[in-house]
Design a protein around this ligand. Structure first.
Ligand code: NAP
Length: 334
């Protein structure tokens, strides 16, 4: 298979800010036996990327399997890709050159070509463009893991999604509905209509109402925003309810890891179940993508895209996403 001799990628040499990413030529990837090389047509940007870019929170540098201690563990960021199969390894029988695919990776999406293990890859939903498909993998898988695995959601339950208007939240609202739950989303004033439009039965505007002070009780609280302590969130859970920690406001030293650990530490002292959604360590990557494809193709779930950037503007896309005001996903076309 002949590819271009050198391909473009954004390289992260050391921890820093979006401008420190260098657009440079890298070697054309060759697939190992169980891998596929994908010509990336679109990727997306999310907190995972800028946590790795900044090396923050510092606490995570000390935790095995997360950030590198002194320098980035990842040299090419980008966890989501949608594109076309360019080449396949000898053991790969499921994919052929030209297939449209999407994948959730640990790294490598901010490049024209990427090597992907076949078990992190699935055929792209037939009703999505590359741009839309690139919005799905990490954010929607996180929402799926939070609701189905950590949250054990059941039809008829009342679910509250705190942080309903962002990348993960817009999928969480739609997935909770698809699982037959009654969903309430918490978001800012300007996103109330958006959250209603994607199927929330109720919307709480956090500028007007502190949801932890309301009288409604929920069976499951998916905490994407982490804007209130888990201890306070408990007030709105039923006695047998479940709190699922997903994320929280970013900080230099501790957050959002500190917020998530504080929630887990509460577990032995409260009757409610406290669980963590961790998509990076989730095992069934391909199976999750296939489940999401079914839901997307049935029309139950649709990615919400805030803004799209061209490949050369990946640093601007990162800065925009990091500002924390995107309604839905920030995507990049290549
Ligand atoms: N555990 C995992 O495996 C996993 C995976 C992916 C992401 N995460 C984490 O999940 C979090 C969200 O990720 P994301 O991709 O959805 O980020 P995002 O697209 O930037 O969304 C963040 C959302 O938080 C909302 N928000 C800000 N202040 C709020 C408040 N006081 N109350 C309620 N909502 C508020 C914002 O909505 P408004 O503009 O409407 O305020 C924004 O849409 C991050 O902390 C990320 O690190 C965890």
């Amino acid at each position: 298979m002949t590819l271009e001799l050198a391909v473009k990628a954004f390289i992260l040499h050391s921890y820093g800010s979006p401008e420190d990413l260098e657009l440079t030529d890298v070697e054309t990837p060759e697939p190992r036996q169980d891998e596929v090389v994908v010509r990336v047509r679109a990727t997306s940007v999310q907190p995972y990327d800028w946590h790795h870019m900044r090396g923050e929170p510092y606490l995570s540098r000390l935790m095995p399997g997360t950030l590198g201690l002194r320098k980035p563990k990842i040299s090419i960021l980008g966890a989501d890709v949608a594109g076309q199969v360019e080449d396949v390894g000898a053991e790969v029988t499921e994919f052929r050159r030209g297939d449209s695919v999407f994948a959730m990776l640990e790294q490598g999406g901010f490049a024209e070509y990427v090597r992907v293990n076949a078990d992190r890859l699935a055929p792209m939903p037939a009703n999505l463009s590359f741009e839309e498909a690139a919005a799905v993998p990490m954010a929607a898988s996180t929402a799926l893991v939070a609701l189905r695995d950590a949250g054990r959601v059941e039809p008829g339950q009342r679910v509250l999604v705190n942080g309903a208007s962002g990348g993960v939240g817009t999928f969480a609202v739609q997935l909770a509905r698809a699982f037959g739950a009654h969903v309430t989303g918490v978001c800012s004033t300007r996103n109330v209509e958006l959250v209603r439009s994607i199927g929330a039965d109720g919307v709480i505007d956090y500028a007007r109402t502190d949801f932890t002070r309301t009288t409604q009780r929920y069976d499951l609280l998916v905490d994407v925003a982490g804007s209130r302590s888990a201890w306070n969130c408990r007030r709105v859970l039923t006695r047998k309810g479940t709190f699922v920690a997903v994320g929280g406001p970013a900080g230099r030293w501790l957050q959002p890891a500190g917020h998530v650990f504080a929630a887990l530490a509460m577990s032995p002292f409260v009757p409610q179940r406290i669980a963590l959604a961790d998509v990076v360590r989730a095992v069934h990557v391909k199976q999750n993508l296939l489940t999401l494809t079914e839901l997307i193709e049935s029309g139950a779930v649709r990615p919400v895209i805030d803004r799209s950037f061209p490949f050369v503007e990946i640093p601007s896309a990162l800065a925009y996403q990091e500002a924390g005001r995107a309604s839905g996903k920030v995507v990049v076309t290549i």
